[in-house]
Design a protein. Structure first.
Length: 107
């Protein structure tokens, strides 16, 4: 029995080595593509990174705009007056405020 198995191995050594190489290569390739740190995960993480970078950029721009507005409200009396007129409906002495129905506040 042992001689039959060893004889089979000797005769088909190249085929067995090739089959083993194909199986191992297939496993490594699939692991490279689909594992926890594989190509698919890398692509997903790269997309997420780009999305977060764009969010950070947008928030930085918004933050700079708000900081400029805060600075203007701290130092510029005209900005404070404009904000008080717009949000609180305040007016200078002797001014009359007209409010029209059906008109949007944003216009």
């Amino acid at each position: 029995m042992r001689t039959r198995v060893s004889g089979f191995i000797r005769r088909h050594r190249k085929i067995l080595l090739a089959a083993s190489a194909v199986i191992i290569s297939s496993y490594l390739l699939l692991s490279f593509i689909f594992s926890e740190l594989g190509v698919v995960k890398y692509i997903t993480m790269k997309r997420e990174y780009n999305r977060i970078q764009s969010d950070v950029s947008r928030l930085d721009t918004e933050n700079k705009k708000l900081m400029e507005e805060v600075d203007a409200l701290k130092t510029d009396p005209d900005s404070i007056e404009a904000l008080a007129r717009e949000n609180l409906g305040l007016a200078k002495e002797g001014e009359i405020i007209y409010k029209f129905q059906g008109e949007d506040k944003d216009k």
